[in-house]
Design a protein around this ligand. Structure first.
Ligand SMILES: [Zn+2]
Length: 265
């Protein structure tokens, strides 16, 4: 009594919109964070101070499990794991068997769907992260401790219906899935952030698997590389030259903005 954990609250689940018992929810599953030893080391002090803030009661259990089952668990099983001083990155390792070695400036492209990769799960994960980042700001164990809430207007409802299984994957959405061959990308995660490429364009990454997402108004030259809407289920492999650098720059800007906001408070 008194010092125990608070009991799970009841509230309206934002995914199914039903009044339910809510469960502890995370923007980024703990499994990802466990694989980031550097990040944990860097923020040990901060994390211990803010440990109460890293989870929140947001989704009902059924919806939380739905997001896990249709995307998150697959990405966790396939992303980079550098623990034990050896690289385990199943999706990349599977892809490079089909491709010639990358030089320092090139991208590789492989046909995920043709190879039996469940590319819908990559799309589901990326759109799930965008939607979760739009419904609220999330507490996270890494500075600046709270994500920036994304503004996606009517897409919030459209993505909700897709994630709930009511609507199919939107034809006017593009998700680029990129596998990073460099160690810096393989050991870091970036929460969804607006991209410099335009309005309703977002980037995110999880331990070597990066995504760029266009919500509507997708230029055809971009849309043909969507991992879900392209018939081949196209997936990039990058060793972080060119486009990847631009993508990182946009995330850096978001981080700088977040730091500036923190220093004001
Ligand atoms: Zn629900």
């Amino acid at each position: 009594m008194g010092k125990g954990r608070q009991s799970a609250p009841t509230g309206r689940c934002p995914l199914c919109t039903e009044l339910k018992t809510l469960c502890e929810s995370h923007l980024l599953a703990r499994a990802f964070l466990k694989r980031m030893p550097d990040a944990v080391t860097l923020t040990t002090d901060a994390a211990s101070k803010t440990s109460r803030q890293v989870t929140d009661y947001v989704l009902c259990q059924k919806c939380d499990q739905r997001l896990a089952k249709y995307g998150e668990e697959y990405v966790i099983s396939q992303c980079a794991d550098l623990r034990g001083n050896r690289l385990r990155f199943p999706l990349l390792q599977r892809a490079v068997q089909r491709l010639p070695p990358l030089d320092s400036r090139s991208f590789g492209l492989f046909e995920g769907r043709v190879m039996g990769v469940p590319v819908e799960m990559l799309g589901h994960f990326a759109l799930g992260m965008i939607w979760r980042s739009a419904i609220r700001a999330w507490p996270v164990p890494i500075r600046p401790y709270c994500t920036v809430k994304l503004e996606i207007g009517p897409w919030e409802e459209r993505l909700r219906r897709y994630l709930l299984g009511v609507d199919p994957f939107p034809a006017d959405v593009c998700v680029w899935a990129m596998l990073a061959a460099d160690i810096d990308s393989q050991r870091s995660c970036n929460f969804p952030a607006p991209s410099f490429n335009g309005q309703n364009v977002f980037g995110l990454s999880a331990l070597g698997i990066s995504f760029k997402v266009w919500l509507g108004d997708v230029p055809p030259a971009i849309g043909e590389y969507c991992c879900v809407n392209s018939s081949e289920g196209r997936i990039y492999i990058s060793n972080r030259a060119h486009e990847q650098a631009k993508y990182d720059a946009s995330l850096s800007q978001s981080r700088a903005a977040a730091r500036a906001a923190m220093s004001k408070s």
